[in-house]
Write a protein that binds this ligand. Sequence first.
Ligand code: GLN
Length: 487
Amino acid sequence: MILSASQLVESVQGKKRSAREVVQESLEAIERADAAVGAFLSVDADGALARASEVDESIARGENPGRLAGLPVALKDNLCTIRGTTTCASAALANFRSPYNAHVVDRLEADGAIIIGKTNLDEFAMGSSTENSGRFPTRNPWNLDCVPGGSSGGSAAAVASGMVPVALGSETGGSVRQPASLCGVVGLKPTYGRVSRYGLVAFASSLDQIGPFGRTAEDVALLLNSIAGYDSRDSTSVNTAVPDYTASLDRPLNGMRVGVPGEYFGDGLDAQVKVSVEAAIDVLGSHGVELVEVHLPHMQYAVACYYILASAEASSNLARFDGGHYGRRSAEPGDIMNLYASSRGEGFGSEVKRRIMLGTHALSSGYHEAYYLKALKVRTLIMRDFDRAFDRVDVIASPAAPTPAFPIGEKTDDPLAMYLSDTYTLPASLAGICAVSVPCGFSSDGLPIGLQLMGPAFGEERLLSVAHQYQQLTEHHTKWPSPATAA
Ligand code: GLN
């Protein structure tokens, strides 16, 4: 059985196991399971083993090896690393080598963590199933015919199958929480500004955040301790103190107020998901939590609002991949306009092109006010809904995704159906608050179901403590996929 991240770190720090052994075990697990799952785009075995030896040597010298000593971590492949490539699963960046590390990568390495490899994603993080990857789809370890969710599907699947204890993904509209829910692991979207995005390839800059995956809230807290905090290289990074997220996990549930928004339990919610999430809320209710009905009346507009704003920002952010400044350069450039058109035409996949067209349209003269400005106003209404709700409750509970994992191919021809898988994650993204998905049950087909807990801005401590307390009371997170896909 794979140890939790905190146990692994303790065993390395206490010299019970070497970092090399731990890394070797993770590499073997990838070797066993990844041919079936397809979580990784690249694995840096040599680099990881070399780093592990450095950690072991520093322990032998009696130095402090760091609070994540020897911990194998997988990174979504839109996080820049000096070693290897950073491809965003796009042909446009197939050979891109970053000249610098993302802030979070430097933080993890400074704490002794070991980067094992880079994981698959929907191209440029646009999607909810990892089927939009320009390389190959990742499969759900619980059922290889199903998607792992997305866009951080590779990171979620790598943790779910036990190839790595923890991983990082990125969130624009649910790309950590939704795959966490579909793969039966914990996934956190931190508050906007909590974690520096320096070195995260931008999708929609007013929404993007980096978030950790683990099997437990405790492991996620451990990772958040390392990556959270101010960084002058990201102007949206907020300079407030970083609490010790693991220290407050044992805070009792007694006296907490948890809001339940009726709007999250209506049409479109799978009956089995509803039963599991309601049962999870009852567990909280029978352990000292006061359950309070709250209303988020504008959440019904979140999907429309998000797909306008995120696409508008993406159309601007992705302009840099023109074959001249960045990105794949067409072999037949011709004049400058043709260079741009053919480089982009060859480099981007169809979903990325769709987003660029939607976004360009929403920003164009004559439509800017009707779409983009209107969506900004709706975003403010959604934020106010949350402000009002958090006047009355500490945390809001809901489903993380409307259904369990769906079959590969089921929604690829129907973008709107795909976009609707983000219904429950988008409101928190638009509001910039923090939210987490925690395993809370299984469908009759054995597919995981996630409980979403949302907290006010910079409320990660409380959020993770409720998630942790819930995990102390339940056993969903102790279950593993079948041996074929569990490493
Ligand atoms: N699924 C959403 C989208 O396709 C969210 C993606 C994300 O959070 N990166 O845009």
